[in-house]
Unconditional design. Structure first.
Length: 127
C-alpha cells in the first residue's frame, strides 16, 4: 500500500511540474510548434511556408514584436532556420507538417537560410 501511495505522489508532483512549465508564457521565444498551434506572441503572427526547397514568401516586413512562423510543407524533408549575423543561431530541424517560430523584438534586417540547404535563403525586415 505504501508503494502505491508513493507512486501517486510522484505522479502528482510530475503533473504539477508540467502544469507550471506550461503556464509560464513568454519564457521561450523560439520554439517548435505543432501544426495550427497558437503563438504566444504579443504582436501579429506571419507565416512562411517551406515548399519545393523554397521559403514562401522569401522576404517579409513585419512590425516590432511580431512572431514569424515557418511551416514545413515538404513531403519528406526536414529543414531548419538559421538566422545569420553576429547574433544568429539555428533552429532545431523540423519535419513535414511541423513548424518553428521566432519573435522579433528589435528593428533590423534579419537574413536567414536553411541549415541543411544553404541555397534556401530569406529575409525578415522588422520595422
Amino acid at each position: 500500500m505504501q508503494h502505491s501511495d508513493d507512486r501517486r505522489g510522484s505522479i502528482r508532483l510530475c503533473a504539477a511540474a508540467v502544469l507550471l512549465l506550461l503556464s509560464a508564457p513568454g519564457m521561450v521565444r523560439a520554439q517548435l510548434a505543432a501544426p495550427g498551434a497558437a503563438a504566444s506572441a504579443v504582436g501579429p503572427v506571419v507565416t512562411i511556408e517551406i515548399r519545393d526547397y523554397r521559403f514562401i514568401p522569401d522576404r517579409v516586413t513585419v512590425p516590432v514584436g511580431s512572431t514569424v512562423r515557418w511551416i514545413n510543407r515538404e513531403k519528406r524533408t526536414a529543414h531548419s532556420v538559421r538566422l545569420l549575423g553576429p547574433q544568429g543561431f539555428e533552429s532545431e530541424r523540423f519535419f513535414p507538417d511541423e513548424s518553428w517560430q521566432q519573435r522579433f523584438d528589435r528593428p533590423g534586417t534579419y537574413p536567414y537560410e536553411c541549415g541543411p540547404h544553404p541555397e534556401m535563403k530569406g529575409e525578415i525586415r522588422v520595422e
